[in-house]
Design a protein around this ligand. Sequence first.
Ligand SMILES: [Zn+2]
Ligand SMILES: [Zn+2]
Length: 153
Amino acid sequence: MLAAAHALRAGIASGELYDAPVQPDEVDEDGVSSAREGRLLVRLALHRERDRGLRNRKIQQVRRLNEPIRCEACAFDFGATYGPLGADYIEVHHITPLHVVGPSETRPEDLALLCANCHRMCHRNYMGEAWRTPDDLRENIRAAARHAASPAS
Ligand SMILES: [Zn+2]
Ligand SMILES: [Zn+2]
């Protein structure tokens, strides 16, 4: 909590939080006021993730490795599904929460490629957490698939 507060103060001091528009999922779902700080950190993260230069560097890095531009959690490929309309569309997500790394320079290695659905799920406020990595989310997807296969377990 202390680290989160520190990251928040730094974000506010740098002005980064002010021009980040409210995200649709910031609407209070559960009425828990302690979720407020988490939402502000998410807003700071989403704002940083909109940095076009950083996003482009990440995509170039993936291309150089000859890897597909697709979601690292569910493998959704916008180009494969939507054709030219979706070609090269992808969202980027901080792998390490900002309340752990603090306000620092983000490198392409710090970012993951995600589809819009998985990105929302990574930032959804659930069970006191509003930050997941693609690995975390893949585990959620696997668990849900296991449950669907045998609902009794
Ligand atoms: Zn996905
Ligand atoms: Zn994100």
